[in-house]
Design a protein. Structure first.
Length: 396
């Protein structure tokens, strides 16, 4: 059994801006806990006894949250000061690993089944590199693979055709000679990708693949966090006592007797929900979230310290931390056309992404697909349509 796990958690997640402006992608919420916390749960549940986390962008957000141990399993941190690819990230863990290891990406929701399947396949083999493969929702967005009798035949990075069925799930088992193989891999545009190393390993020998049906959800774009939250709740991964069928409420939360919780929904510690408020379905409230009287929150993720004032309506919404939405604020739900960088994605389910420390005064409206950067201030009665940059003040 492989008992050392290396978690690659150094990346920013630029396609998830503005939420990653102040923290790395692995620390974004999967329902009401960071994605990375679910990854570590999967590793510990599968038997990991030592964890090495490779950190980089905003690394203090990871280290301050987890500290030296997680569920009594020791954590060592390795630094990737420049994000030069997944292979380069793995090399940073070299001095902390002896013998065989698991290597997982820290920015996607997984469960222990995936990890256990990879470990079992690796143990059956002769030390060949081993990776999890599964049927993906869109192989063109990920690395596709072809598989024959438990061995990888081909690795295709982001294919331009949908003829492939299986994707690389980003969960690997290696002997420590993988470090030498990574060292020998030619860099592409200055970056060193672990998939390039695996492609070279295919030329030199065998790479084992194990087809699995465990939980795997990737958050690539802002609207994906709504899917991640929904899957987290569907699989019962909320870290709170369950009060009723698919309704999780922390014992420190205060829910008014006239409020309505529609499952699936999770209410985190120190939350307060006022009279007449409706929360859910498919909604997650992080620590110390306040929902005012007669507010409606549906298919929404509200991160730590968010406050939603009376009479507001939030549909298909993701907030960052310490957001304030004044009375009568309305986020209309998707579908919407959303601009991410220079690309426009059509008909995505997204009301709005409202990043850390945004302040919206009363009666602010958000058109579907709106993205609001951190520290923005929205004056009373304004309507947001499209993007609002960081620290901008918007007036009527």
């Amino acid at each position: 059994m492989v008992d050392t796990a290396v978690v690659l958690a150094a990346g920013e997640g630029t396609r998830l801006r503005p939420l990653t402006r102040n923290r790395p992608k692995p620390m974004l919420p999967a329902a009401n806990r960071p994605i990375l916390e679910h990854v570590l749960d999967a590793l510990v549940d599968a038997g990991a006894r030592q964890i090495v986390i490779v950190v980089g962008y905003k690394r203090d957000r990871v280290q301050d949250h987890f500290g030296p141990t997680y569920r009594d399993v020791p954590i060592t941190y390795a630094r990737q000061d420049k994000q030069l690819g997944t292979g380069h990230a793995l090399l940073q863990a070299r001095e902390h690993v002896e013998g065989s290891m698991l290597v997982v990406n820290g920015d996607g929701l997984i469960d222990a089944t995936l990890v256990e399947d990879v470990c079992a396949a690796f143990d059956r083999g002769d030390g060949e590199p081993t990776l999890a493969v599964l049927e993906g929702p869109d192989v063109r967005q990920y690395g596709a693979v072809t598989l024959q009798e438990e061995f990888i035949q081909e690795i295709i990075e982001k294919p331009q055709t949908d003829k492939y069925r299986l994707i690389n799930a980003g969960i690997y088992a290696f002997d420590d000679d993988i470090f030498e193989a990574v060292d020998e891999t030619p860099r592409t545009d200055g970056e060193l990708a672990l998939t390039d190393t695996l492609a070279h390993e295919l030329e030199r020998g065998r790479v084992r693949g194990v087809e699995t049906d465990g939980l795997w959800v990737d958050a690539t774009y802002p609207w994906d966090l709504l899917v991640v939250a929904s899957e987290t709740l569907r699989h019962g991964l909320a870290d709170e006592p369950e009060r009723d069928d698919r309704v999780w409420v922390d014992e420190t939360a205060i829910v008014h007797e006239d409020a309505t919780l529609q499952p699936p929904v999770v209410i985190g510690p120190d939350c307060e929900i006022g009279p007449g408020a409706v929360v859910g379905p498919h909604s997650a409230l992080g620590r110390n979230v306040t929902i005012g009287a007669n507010a409606t929150v549906s298919n929404t993720v509200l991160d730590v310290d968010t406050r939603v004032e009376v009479g507001s309506t939030l549909l298909d919404t993701v907030t960052g931390q310490n957001v304030r939405l004044g009375p009568g604020s309305v986020v209309s739900g998707g579908p919407a056309d959303v601009r991410v960088g220079n690309e426009i994605f059509e008909d995505e389910t997204l009301g709005a992404v409202i990043a850390d420390r945004v302040r919206a005064e009363g009666n602010v409206g958000f058109a579907p697909g709106s993205l609001v950067g951190p520290n923005a201030h929205l004056d009373t009665g304004v309507t947001v349509d499209g993007q609002v940059r960081e620290s901008v003040e918007v007036r009527r």
